[in-house]
Design a protein around this ligand. Structure first.
Ligand SMILES: *[C@@H]1O[C@H](CO)[C@@H](O)[C@H](O)[C@H]1NC(C)=O
Ligand SMILES: *[C@@H]1O[C@H](CO)[C@@H](O)[C@H](O)[C@H]1NC(C)=O
Ligand SMILES: *[C@@H]1O[C@H](CO)[C@@H](O)[C@H](O)[C@H]1NC(C)=O
Length: 226
């Protein structure tokens, strides 16, 4: 009996740590998405167009030669993404890409992609990027280890699936990178916002306990990220 409980406990530990899903392997060559939410049930991807009606434009986009617009001056970066939502031909193919442009000191905050590993390729500028891996020790079983690099043009850096990471322009010029993902829909969990901007909000007392901070600081964080 005890070995059975031990195995259950180990299984529970693993399954509770990372319950992330992979994109399924396609069972057909193409499955161009039909962008009509009324006619479909979403299971894993979108419903497919009749392959006879697929066209080259389903697999094409342009505009990656220029930066997107910086939306939030505080962070000073712009992104453009090619994923299932704007390239229907990506449906079931398990891949997507972004272009990110940074002003000097531009910062993509701490975030994670639950469904994809990310491969960063620097085109211009100098980017400090890193990810956090759970690496428990005896004093703290939740301790992480930071894997970080200063990246220059031509450098490639990989962020393993689901891990919290960031990118910061530490150079004095604008910077540009392309990042590809092994999912048509990587997901984007922005750590501060997902906690402090939830709707409805998490009870103040729970946040106070959770972060061991004063209620006023919690209120300030909620205001900042909402
Ligand atoms: C989906 O349904 C809604 C409400 O029935 C309608 O307003 C909308 O135009 C439909 N969308 C498409 C793409 O047909
Ligand atoms: C970017 O590419 C588009 C074609 O997709 C072209 O019309 C435009 O002139 C290019 N812009 C620059 C700045 O290269
Ligand atoms: C840097 O980026 C900003 C906007 O993000 C843009 O206005 C500016 O022209 C860029 N500078 C250079 C040298 O490309």
């Amino acid at each position: 009996m005890s070995w059975f409980i031990t195995i259950l406990a180990i299984a529970a530990l693993f399954s509770s740590q990372l319950a992330y899903a992979y994109d399924v392997n396609p069972l057909q060559d193409i499955c161009v998405a039909v962008q009509d939410s009324n006619t479909s049930v979403f299971v894993n991807g979108k419903i497919c167009k009749d392959p006879k009606l697929a066209k080259a434009d389903d697999f094409f986009t342009s505009g990656f030669n220029i930066s997107g617009e910086v939306v939030d001056k505080k962070y000073g970066y712009a992104t453009k993404i090619v994923d299932i939502n704007n390239m229907p031909g990506l449906n079931t193919l398990g891949i997507s890409i972004i272009r990110a442009d940074f002003e000097p000191k531009g910062f993509i905050q701490f975030h994670a992609h639950p469904r994809a590993t990310e491969m960063i390729h620097i085109l211009e500028g100098i980017i400090y990027s890193g990810f956090l891996l759970l690496l428990p020790n005896e004093e703290n079983i939740y301790k992480s280890r930071l894997f970080a690099k200063i990246l220059n043009p031509g450098d490639v850096f990989v962020i393993p699936q689901g891990l919290i990471h960031f990118a910061y322009n530490v150079g004095s010029t604008n910077a540009t990178l392309f990042a590809s993902f092994n999912s048509q829909s990587p997901g984007f969990i922005l750590i501060p916002d997902i906690i402090f901007a939830s709707n409805p909000p998490i009870l103040d007392d729970a946040l106070v306990k959770g972060f061991q901070l004063d209620k006023n600081v919690i209120k300030e964080l909620q205001k900042k990220f909402s």
